[in-house]
Design a protein around this ligand. Structure first.
Ligand code: 13P
Length: 257
């Protein structure tokens, strides 16, 4: 059912950029997205540039955010950044459980669940990344893998925690590969994610957005945004090029969820 909700586009800048880069990038994004742009846009930057995003983007319709968060409130956790620190910089979106972190830093599903809860507790919007790797897809167990990633959060905190949240279906095999999931694969998995969080329609969750991520760009965006099950995109490489990112935001304008 079309509820006339604009799509949401989130750029994940990963470990890229510099003061000079973000100075021109953020200003160009603000100028490039006209005020009639109906799409919700967010940018998740490396921590050191959050203050810059806050000063350039404040007052615009573009939200900013981080790519991780600590599960702790404060204390002896060298290298970690707390939710309250993110609040200080006006952060709206926090990516949680990105596969580049869970694989490289052995982040467990339990840790991810605690981080998700911490984001919600401090009134920010989690962008929870879930998805299977290539071996799991070839074995046909992608539903079980994704269900397990979500169910650990439901088991600890209940389904209502997913209100006002974003879940990104990011198949690991599609990230950084130029091999985006097909519309059929995307539709299937995004519908499946909604179904397990909504518990087959028994428990409608308010303002839950399911987006797709993995080699999304201006060439495949229309096909993927055209799917009713897809509320938007989480964009890596293509968000690094400001013109490409603005183009994707513009393409998303013609669709509603
Ligand atoms: P790419 O768009 O570069 O494939 O990255 C996707 C991603 O990891 C977004 O979080």
């Amino acid at each position: 059912m079309n509820k006339n909700i604009p799509k949401i586009i989130i750029g994940n800048l990963k470990m890229n950029g510099s003061l000079a880069f973000f100075d021109s990038y953020l200003s160009a994004l603000k100028d490039g997205l006209n005020n009639e742009n109906k799409v919700n846009v967010g940018l998740c930057l490396p921590y050191p540039y959050l203050s810059q995003a806050q000063s350039i983007l404040s007052g615009s319709k573009i939200g900013w955010g981080s790519q991780n968060i600590a599960k702790f409130e404060n204390g002896p956790h060298t290298g970690e950044v707390s939710a309250k620190m993110l609040n200080d910089f006006g952060v709206q979106y926090v990516i949680v459980g990105h596969s580049e972190r869970s694989t490289a830093y052995c982040e467990s599903d339990e840790n991810i669940a605690e981080k998700f809860n911490n984001v919600k507790k401090h009134n920010m919007t989690p962008v929870l990344c879930v998805g299977e790797n290539l071996i799991e897809r070839e074995a046909g167990i992608m539903e079980q893998v994704v269900a397990a990633q979500i169910e650990i959060i439901i088991k600890s905190f209940g389904t209502k925690i997913f209100e006002n949240s974003i879940v990104a279906y990011e198949p690991i095999w599609a990230i950084g590969t130029d091999m985006a999931a097909s519309p059929e694969q995307t539709n299937h998995m995004c519908s499946f994610i909604r179904k397990i969080i909504n518990q087959d329609g028994l428990n409608e969750i308010n303002n839950l957005k399911i987006v797709y991520g993995g080699s999304l760009n201006s060439k495949n965006a229309v096909q993927l945004f055209g799917l009713n099950s897809v509320d938007g995109g989480l964009i890596g490489r293509a968000s690094l090029n400001i013109n490409e990112f603005i183009k994707i935001c513009e393409l998303a304008q013609s669709f509603e969820t």
